[in-house]
Write a protein that binds this ligand. Structure first.
Ligand SMILES: [Zn+2]
Length: 436
């Protein structure tokens, strides 16, 4: 199984400058290659990876600085570019600007990379043209190195190895059985069995510092030395927040999938949910500032990254991940199935207007998500992946003749008629046109 292992690099000053140069050359190759792809498309033709590689080799005669970077790294850039253009079309692929794009380069040939452990906490890797680079041996490598990516993030350099780890036999455990989760703003994750996961990614002091630095940046003259100093301080702060979020997502995902056979998520369209409410100059939206605050909270929680982390963690546990339509999951009573938006007593409390069932509102959402994921059958069974450990508390009947519900990643939901998302959207934010 291919897995990523990321380590903090400790480059010497010369190596950092060299890596910076490699990054610039990769950026140039990407931008020139992209312009070429676009030019061909404008004339109704297309150019492939092989032809672009050949032309790049020829160009090295005129631009000798091209040859400073390892050629298979540059070829990898063109291969990535071709993939991006094929998926999105050359006009939707972005330029890599020096300001916005942090240098990142992949050494695609594992045979040219040697990795050694120097001491308990230090390892070193030999990379073409970069030489031996030291890194913090913060976790075991656990397999054969297939490729390496060197990148800079928040002023620090990292190396990520693509490692081929031996395939473990996955064991689907029903210890916690089937879990539905509700992703929210107040609590990042709430499960159907009542567990809650949340963490603040920025301390109050850091929030204040971020606000002060942002204001300071606006006062500085763009591009000046002092502007760069402030911008660097912001980058460092934001990178710390990003690392905390990634850490939270990885740990939460591991916690969620462990001992869980089926994990049901709401199929959230985060991009549509966080669309700006600003509207246009002719038809300005209402509640713009409030919506902007909500959008920031949603993005701050990193919902999509959590889903990715769950999928990644599920590869080792055999957990099946399904996504369901989230419509009405917060308004439906899990006991009597009564749908009423007045059942939401407050943000946190759900009290059914029909049967009086009371529960934490997010837990209700998670329970309904799970019910939708089970597809109406209480007897969902994991597909046969390895061994199945039945917990003694499992109260399910055997799934003898029931049709198997649809598999992961497709949305299953209530079959009841409901207004389309676009209608809901435009009603809530009058200035905003529905996205579909
Ligand atoms: Zn009820």
């Amino acid at each position: 199984m291919l897995t990523g292992r990321r380590y903090r690099l400790e480059l010497s000053v010369e190596q950092a400058m060299l890596a910076e140069t490699f990054g610039s050359i990769c950026r140039t190759v990407w931008n020139v290659g992209l312009e070429q792809q676009r030019e061909y498309r404008r004339h109704g033709r297309s150019i492939g990876y092989v032809e672009q590689c050949r032309q790049m080799a020829e160009a090295k005669a005129d631009f000798p600085w091209f040859a400073e970077a390892p050629s298979h790294v540059l070829q990898q850039v063109l291969r990535d570019l071709e993939g991006a253009c094929r998926r999105h079309g050359p006009f939707r692929v972005r330029w890599r600007s020096q300001r916005r794009w942090a240098p990142s380069m992949r050494f695609p040939d594992g045979k040219l990379i040697r990795v050694e452990r120097v001491s308990r906490n230090v390892g070193r890797a030999r990379l073409p043209k970069l030489g031996w680079v030291r890194f913090r041996w913060s976790r075991p490598l656990g397999g054969e190195v297939r490729a390496a990516t060197v990148s800079r993030d928040g002023g620090k350099w990292y190396i990520a190895f693509r490692v081929d780890t031996p395939e473990k036999e996955t064991t689907v455990s029903l210890e916690r059985g089937r879990v539905g989760i509700d992703r929210g703003v107040v609590q990042a994750v709430v499960t159907s069995d009542g567990r809650m996961f949340d963490r603040a990614f920025m301390t109050p002091g850091e929030t204040e510092r971020h606000r002060r630095l942002s204001r300071q940046l606006q006062r500085r003259r763009t591009g000046s030395a002092r502007w760069h100093a402030t911008a660097d301080a912001i980058v460092v702060l934001q990178a710390r927040v990003r690392r905390r979020r990634a850490d939270f997502n990885a740990k939460t995902a591991r916690n969620l999938v462990t001992g869980c056979a089926l994990l049901v998520l709401e199929d959230l369209n985060v991009r549509a949910m966080t669309a700006s409410a600003a509207g246009t100059a002719e038809r300005p939206g209402t509640g713009v500032a409030r919506k902007r605050g909500l959008n920031r909270s949603i993005r701050d929680k990193g919902w999509f990254a959590l889903e990715l982390a769950c999928r990644s963690a599920a590869r080792t546990t055999g957990t099946v991940i399904r996504k369901v339509n989230p419509a009405y999951t917060s308004q439906t009573c899990p006991r009597c199935r009564n749908v009423d938006k007045n059942s939401r007593e407050s943000q946190a409390v759900f009290a059914c207007t029909s049967c009086g069932y009371r529960e934490h509102a997010d837990v209700v959402g998670a329970k309904n998500t799970l019910a939708a994921g089970l597809g109406g059958y209480r007897t969902w069974r994991p597909p046969v992946v390895g061994r199945v450990c039945e917990a003694s508390t499992a109260r399910e009947r055997p799934a003898a003749r029931l049709p198997r519900p649809r598999e992961s990643s497709e949305a299953v939901g209530p079959t009841r008629r409901r207004p389309s998302k676009g209608v809901l959207d435009s009603r809530r934010h009058p200035g905003q046109l529905p996205l579909w």
